[in-house]
Design a binder for this molecule. Sequence first.
Ligand SMILES: Nc1ncnc2c1ncn2[C@@H]1O[C@H](COP(=O)(O)OP(=O)(O)OP(=O)(O)O)[C@@H](O)[C@H]1O
Ligand SMILES: [Mg+2]
Length: 770
Amino acid sequence: MVPPPSLKKIPQTKFTPNIVKKGVNKVSNGVEKVRKERPQPSSSPSSTSSSSSSSSSSKTIVVEKKVVSEEIIQQKKALPVFSARKALVENVNKHSTVIIISETGTGKTTQIPQYLHEEGYTNKGVIAITQPRRVAAVSISKRVSDEMGVELGQQVGYSVRFDDKSSKDTRLKYMTDGMLVREAMLDASLSKYSVIILDEAHERTLNTDILFGLLKKIQKKRNDRIKQLEKEEQEEETKQDPESSNNNETTIQKIKPKISPLKIIIMSATLDAELFSNYFDNAPILYIEGRQFPVQIYYTNELQKDYVDAALVTVLQIHLQYLNNETIKSEEDENGGDILVFLTGREEIENLEKLLIDRIPRLPEGCKELLVRPIFAALPQEQQMKVFEKSPKGSRKVILATNIAETSLTINGIRYVVDTGVVKSKIYNPKIGIDSLNVIPISKASARQRTGRAGREFEGKCYRLYTQSTFENMDDSSIPEIKRSNVANVILQLKTIGVHDILGFDFLERPPLPTIKKSLEQLYCLEALTDQGNLSELGKKMAMFPLDPMYSKTLLKSVEFNCLEEVLIIISMLSVESIFFIPKDKKQEVESIKKIFFSPEGDHITFLNVFREYQRVKGSLEWCFNHFINIKSMTKVINVFEQLVKYCISIKLKIESCENDFEKVRKSFISGFFMNVAALQPDKKYKTMVDSKEIHIHPTSFLFDIKPQYILYNELTITTKAFARNVLPIEPSWLPEICPKYYGSRPIPQDQNSDSSLNTLNQFTSADDN
Ligand SMILES: Nc1ncnc2c1ncn2[C@@H]1O[C@H](COP(=O)(O)OP(=O)(O)OP(=O)(O)O)[C@@H](O)[C@H]1O
Ligand SMILES: [Mg+2]
């Protein structure tokens, strides 16, 4: 029998409604405490002609062809935001930007966009709701389309990288923040949107941070333009001959501004609201009181040395409680309620999955079936979506998740959350120019978000596998991604949108100066920036692709080497976590199968061989099965490949094949990854050619045993050592030939703090904004 972990119940830590701060607007039960002014005509749309009915009092809402169930109608009315609807809408009418805070699960993401739609905001444009993660955008749009009784992809849609389910009829568009940044690159005013909701703003992802500055700028630009048009309209009116006043209406109509103001809404359950209010010119903060169902929080009495083991014990302990019927609260919850466990990454998830599966046969008789469902970013979308499936009768789901499931999601049936209190976080070191992944404690905001995945359909419990004093010592919020990431892509995107003065850009919080410097240098060496720091023609094309600059440069250069087809295939293959499916008991067998595809010209060519063979056998399932090929991964590869081909066709790139002349492919990769090169040392270790750091080929590389003299790698991960992944052998003479800017006349920068680096930086940031 498993020893129970020592969990202490803290009776007073039940989730309580938000405390309303002094001096801010309170929205509660429909009573609003803000000045009541009539909405300005230019910013509040009429509440007519919404295609979905707003009469929530009717028994059944019929929208287009589907019928919305009475159950959903009642659920919507029971949400805390429902009673605050009037006040919410009035505030949005009155103010350009509004900050909305309410407990997790109160209806922000699903309801507020529907209210605004019903109030007519979608007559003036689309409402975008951004999400930091694709799984949230996809699952919530599905829920909202059900609530509105419409087909997903019609009035309600989603747009995430490489997957767009929206149409010209889409009025509510759930999308990842990255997709909205990409749209801004094509239309710098984001003119099709009337309202943009930046949801889960507390997450402070790189793209949400870009959007804060960008939307603030766009809002001002659109308002200035409206004012200018209104002024012109007035001047035109005064010029009118009084006798022809009958014609006034037609003339005014003709010059009436087509542009509409942009409403910005910042939303979260756990936000430093004052910071945002100050940034958005004292935007009002609306706190919506109440929460759906209470969640009881428990802490451990002592620190847990092995949190995976503690999670295992806690899950089993919860599961065994069922035998005593302790937890059955309702019919929906007849299985005792599902369990959601937060871990740091794939390896841990698979480890705990194995431990649980090993224990299941040893559980006492009478226990319900335990279904283990993993969810992490690298898992194909269809598999991720499995966590949302209802547990079959007589079974209970245990979802093992990374922080991908931390915010925004409602997963049916979750009664218990098990929070290990840690997260894997990427930190960029501008000195050496690489990211490292570290396991670190979560913030208080993250802990609250994790807890908030329960208490959405019924009461819940959250087991925090750390002590209460650990919680109290946690940071209030996590370090924003922009402060710990390489910002080369951010700079490329901002410059494409027309923001040239990166240092002068109105960031909510600016990235560190050494990071900006390093990223500018990287873009310059990639030839994305000119000597004056402007976007080069190549840079403009690079920004078109939803890829990191190093990949987009490789892709574009491969056109010159006549091997775009091969490079597109390789980049698509590299976009998935693992091509091979390795059953635990067949490791040796898989290794010998892998050799069939092996090429001494590198991992990339080996992957290319797999793809070509997969194409030759027309994706035969039998072939995949016999060769341990992960079918789901290959389906994703094909999807990414097709999308990339579309991008190439749209900018008229010639897709040619080099057949088997793989030197061309290797040279193309040098054009993008010239900084990721290393040379073998007599002691069989590698040293990077840029800064002489010791690295090793990762054991999963096909070149692990071969150890070529000079290598290029796509990725460096730092665990116990620095490991190079996806490795190609190269010739050192190719470096100055392909990258004269870096290895030719220009010396390799050794000291990133040198004056010359600063001069380069100044040069890059002196240009004015467009
Ligand atoms: N797929 C779903 N199935 C069942 N109920 C759902 C689903 N999605 C949402 N709900 C219900 O709607 C409520 C509101 O969800 P919503 O995502 O709008 O809340 P939220 O305030 O945005 O929460 P969070 O701060 O956690 O993002 C949930 O608590 C749940 O009761
Ligand atoms: Mg939400």
